[in-house]
Design a protein. Sequence first.
Length: 104
Amino acid sequence: MTTIYETNAKIFKAFCDENRLRILELLQSGEKCACTLLETLPIGQSTLSHHMKILVDSGVVKVRKDGKWMHYSLSDPGTAMATEALSLILTKRNSEVMECVSCN
C-alpha cells in the first residue's frame, strides 16, 4: 500500500531536475512525440526515456503509444494532484503546530 508520503515523493522527484522541468514546459502546449522532445532538448534517447519514466510514474504525465512512437502529455488528474500536494504541504495548520521543546 502506497503512503501519501511515497506518492508526494514521486511527484516532487519529477520536479527536481531541470530537463524534466523543460519537458513539462514543452508539454504545456499539448501532446508531444518523443521524437519532437528529442529534437528540442539537448539529451539523448536513453536520457529522455529515463526522465519520461519518472514523469509518468509520478502521474503528472501520461503516455500514449502510436506504433513505435510514444506520445506524452500532461495528465489533468496528475497535475491537480501535484498542485494539491504542494498546497497541503505549504499550508499552515494551527491545530497541528508543534512547539520545539529545546527552543524554549
